[in-house]
Write a protein of this length. Structure first.
Length: 481
């Protein structure tokens, strides 16, 4: 959708949701809303998608999200497993060191370990999916102002180059800030971002090509007093991601500066770095916004929380923010759910973001290894505002496990799509007649990861309500549908 062809969707509004930012956060939300029939206008200040590899690790729980959004096949085809680390010293290999706790896929967890895919490719895949669903991004469009009232938000936008700048105003029912750690939306709303420096040393990250370096390992150069340095092959490309810590001085992100750094920290020469495709510098920081909602405006992704890259939690937590928010916006905008449902976004996601920030910081400081917690499969919303009851082996708020079904199908096949799913597992309890657009109902045989009982699985794959009979289900659905 472009600025010139938005259509009326309600009194005084031109689109349902304005999404500011076309990174993984904004694109994932736009895909989710598009399949729900929710009009979303995505505006991106840059002229193109982000070109770097920065967030390259996709955790198993995010792979499950991508499965539901219809992009997991492209993600699997484009990426690969993280290679085992190879430690170097004085130009010699010292031996392998695996930086991850690995586990293979299981019936309940079909994606068993992190998947490497450069961020630019993840964004391309999501953007292609968005266009398949009829959506679009308005590139070269900057947000310059934002206000709101009881009925919607009003955004001022500027487009074009310095020589041909144009301005426009758009009305939307809601707005979502997916515009990164230096969020313009967050600044306009005067929402504070509080946290700490994880590491006082600045860091450089760059995408480079080094044909003489093997792609079988993640190459690690301890560096001593100079600082840590690593070069990781990016699956599906000819590129490597180089990451360097600076104990002294500031990173030089120019192509010549990157080449000199690689030559100084490794056994490679400057000439062996045939291309420097992209480079940036940053200071590792852990910080979180005071709140994730201000009226009709929501913060998501880096606009709400920024992480150290250690442990690969930033992009993943961001995608799962909007996976939580998207279905709630859809229920309110398309199915008449109470607007109070939107309050649960902050109530559920803020504690999770805080937990992941702490994990990233501990990993960066060497206080914790990259283990099961980084895969985010154990996260859930037990005790939260949308968790009611328990049955069998699960409590409301738990992630709903996958599993095999007769005929080669899987439980995740039943969940795929924008609907709720009512599972009757190993029970002949009477089931209600429900709106099939909103809730799909299935009976399956008893399955140990669930036990026996009735389980209402939310559109984001978590058990919302559970019980041995239908008591309480109708009241729960009124809150969400």
């Amino acid at each position: 959708m472009t600025l010139n062809n938005v259509k009326e969707t309600g009194p005084g509004t031109e689109t349902d949701v304005l999404i500011v930012g076309a990174g993984p956060t904004g694109l994932a939300l736009a895909c989710d809303l598009a399949r729900r029939g929710v009009r979303a206008l995505v505006v991106e200040q840059s002229a193109t998608l982000f070109p770097g590899s920065r967030g390259k690790g996709i955790q198993p729980r995010t792979m499950e999200v991508f499965d539901d959004l219809g992009v997991v096949d492209a993600v699997l085809a484009s990426g690969g497993k993280a290679p085992v680390g190879m430690v170097w010293q004085d130009g010699s290999r010292q031996g392998e060191h695996d930086m991850f706790e690995r586990s293979g896929p299981t019936d309940t967890e079909p994606y068993g370990e992190p998947w490497l895919l450069p961020q630019w490719r993840t964004q391309q895949i999501l953007y292609a999916r968005l266009r398949e669903l009829g959506g679009e991004v308005s590139f070269g469009t900057a947000l310059t102002g934002l206000s709101q009232d009881a009925y919607g938000v009003t955004a001022q936008l500027s487009t074009g180059t310095a020589a041909t700048t144009g301005t426009s105003t758009i009305r939307a029912a809601y707005a979502v800030a997916a515009d990164g750690g230096r969020s313009t939306v967050r600044r306009i709303l005067s929402i504070a971002m509080n946290g700490e420096s994880v590491d006082p040393a600045p860091m450089l990250v760059a995408d480079v090509r080094i044909p003489t370096l093997d792609r079988l390992n993640w190459h690690v150069f301890p560096g001593g007093s100079a600082g840590y340095f690593a070069v990781c092959p990016l699956p599906g490309t000819d590129d490597f991601q180089a990451v360097g810590q600076f104990a002294e001085g500031e990173p030089d992100t120019s192509p010549s500066g990157v080449r000199k750094l690689i030559a100084a920290r490794t056994h490679l020469t400057e000439d062996e770095v045939t291309e420097v495709l992209w480079a940036s510098d940053f200071r590792p920081r852990a910080a979180m916004a005071d709140r994730f909602r201000e009226g009709r405006v929501f913060l998501a992704g880096d606009a709400a929380h920024v992480h150290s890259p250690a442990g690969g939690q930033g992009l993943n937590t961001s995608v799962q923010d909007v996976y939580n928010l998207g279905w709630k916006l859809g229920q309110v905008l398309r199915h008449g759910a109470p607007e109070a449902l939107l309050d649960t976004y902050e109530q559920e996601r803020l504690p999770v973001a805080a937990q992941m920030l702490g994990l990233s910081t501990r990993i960066h400081r060497g206080e914790e290894q990259r283990g099961a917690a980084t895969m985010q499969l154990g996260l859930g919303y037990r005790g939260g505002p949308l968790a009611s009851g328990g049955a069998g082996a699960l409590e409301a708020g738990d992630r709903a496990p996958d599993g095999p079904l007769p005929g080669g199908r899987r439980i995740f096949d039943l969940f795929r799509g924008p609907h709720f799913t009512l599972l009757a597992v190993g029970t002949d309890a009477e089931l209600p007649v429900l709106d099939d657009e909103l809730v799909h109902t299935h009976r399956i045989e008893a399955y140990e990861p669930y036990g026996k009982g009735l389980f209402l699985v939310r559109p984001d794959g978590y058990v919302g309500w559970a019980g041995e009979d239908m008591s309480g289900l109708a009241e729960y659905l009124v809150r969400c549908c």
